[in-house]
Design a protein around this ligand. Structure first.
Ligand code: PLP
Length: 419
């Protein structure tokens, strides 16, 4: 459920007409709903209320906007970060360092050092080599780095190949068979406090069975470690729960997911950790755009909008679907293609789709754009970096300004040898 709905025939974010925001900020622009973020954060937490001890770390990579992180911090969420830049955002948003999990397959020495100094709550180690390096860094600083070992459970998440992370062929984590040995060796190192295991099998998961299988395997590994006298107090089950992108899609709900986790983790006697991203942020944002013109096509007309693959990359990257609608729908529909202005055929948002009838100058939205939207934006074709707005009831604020192509041009220069 979200808070983007028609009021008096025009699409609003909570109480604010999207047309008001478009008029003041220009298009394209991302618009987030505070109430929707809060609702998702509470629904997800509520779904886990059957667990004795829980830590939820929002996957910052899905939406790193400072206002979003601040909002989730107020909801008691920590952060799952994958770079020093994301860590600094979470800290700037007021999240306690203790509540931050540092994930990522290629944390650099500089990043590990900065994170130890910041007092990050948990490092999810992706290899034995990383653990050895972190132990040395922490010892040198007279600190102890608290860690979990990320394990690759070799299960197929049955999601899009490019967002699958838990198969043996994927680069993430250490192999299941080697995990116990690595955990034991890392536990013996000065500078590390190994406290648990981590797993994350992929994103936009629409079937709970692979996750269940992965969690069962992690539980067995946990028992194996304990049988060897090793301590396991935390189990990080990652993120990945999918959201409906098509109006009529039916997916497992947070409640379904929570019930499965409660059943699998029964008797584990640990703090269970989660790293949800999309399920919190996906439906909390839309991308507002303006139709530049409608061009005649061979099979269907082309709706050329002022948003492009640089603003919303998911359709070009993952063949992803985003519902498309007019901000002031007339009730009439037609079959059309929706494309952006970029000089690439992959700059296509919809093909031969039944959509609201629109004409040049009309405002339109791409829905479910709050996750992996603005954060993947770039300036390809020397376009601006897209701005972001957050709505709260009948109020709204610009939470990321548009970065104009001129600003980027100003960072470039012609070297002396070309003058
Ligand atoms: C991307 C990622 C997440 C979040 O995934 P969602 O599908 O957005 O929930 C969580 N943990 C790790 C390690 C990730 O890489």
């Amino acid at each position: 459920m979200d808070h983007f709905q028609l009021i008096d025939g025009q699409l609003c974010a909570e109480q604010v007409p999207l047309a008001d925001i478009a008029r003041d900020v220009g298009t394209p622009v991302y618009v987030y709903s505070r109430a929707t973020f809060e609702r998702h954060a509470r629904v997800f937490r509520e779904a886990l209320s059957g667990l004795p001890s829980v830590h939820i770390a929002f996957a910052v990579k899905s939406n790193p906007n400072l206002a979003v992180l601040r909002l989730l911090s107020k909801e008691g969420y920590g952060a799952d970060v994958v770079s020093e830049g994301e860590m600094n955002r979470a800290l700037a948003a007021g999240m306690p360092a203790e509540d931050i999990v540092f994930s990522g397959v290629g944390k650099s020495k500089r990043e590990l050092t900065a994170a130890v100094k910041a007092g990050i709550g948990q490092f999810n180690l992706e290899s034995e080599e990383e653990g050895v390096e972190l132990a040395a860094i922490a010892s040198e600083l007279g600190a102890t780095a608290t860690c979990a070992l990320r394990v690759n459970p070799d299960v197929d998440a049955r999601t899009h190949e490019k967002i699958s992370t838990g198969k043996a062929e994927n680069k993430f984590g250490v192999s299941y068979d080697r995990a116990a040995g690595i955990y034991a060796r890392l536990s013996a190192l000065e500078g590390l406090n190994m406290r648990g295991l981590a797993v994350h099998i992929g994103s936009q998961i629409s079937d709970l069975e692979p996750s269940r299988q992965a969690f069962v395997k992690m539980g067995a590994l946990m028992e194996e470690l304990r049988a060897q006298g090793l301590s396991v107090t935390h189990m990080d089950l990652g993120g990945g729960l999918g959201v409906p992108y098509k109006g009529n899609e039916s997916l497992p709900t947070p409640a379904d997911y929570g019930a499965m986790v409660v059943e699998v983790t029964k008797g584990w006697d640990v703090t269970v950790m989660f790293e949800p991203g999309r399920v919190i942020s996906g439906n909390a944002g839309v991308l507002v755009s303006e139709v530049i013109r409608v061009k005649e096509g061979t099979s269907a007309p082309w709706i050329v909008v002022d948003a492009a693959m640089n603003d919303l990359a998911r359709p070009a990257m993952y063949d992803a679907w985003h519902d498309f609608a007019a901000v002031k729908p007339t009730g009439e529909t037609f079959t059309a293609n929706v494309v952006g202005p970029i000089c690439e055929s992959s700059d296509t948002f919809a093909k031969n789709r039944e959509v609201d009838v629109v004409k040049a100058g009309d405002l339109v939205v791409f829905r479910t754009a709050g996750a992996y939207g603005a954060t993947m934006a770039n300036t390809y074709n020397s376009r601006a970096l897209v701005p972001e707005v957050m709505v709260d009831g009948d109020a709204w604020a610009l939470v990321a300004g548009r970065i104009e192509p001129e600003t980027i041009l100003a960072a470039e220069s012609v070297p002396d040898f070309l003058v």
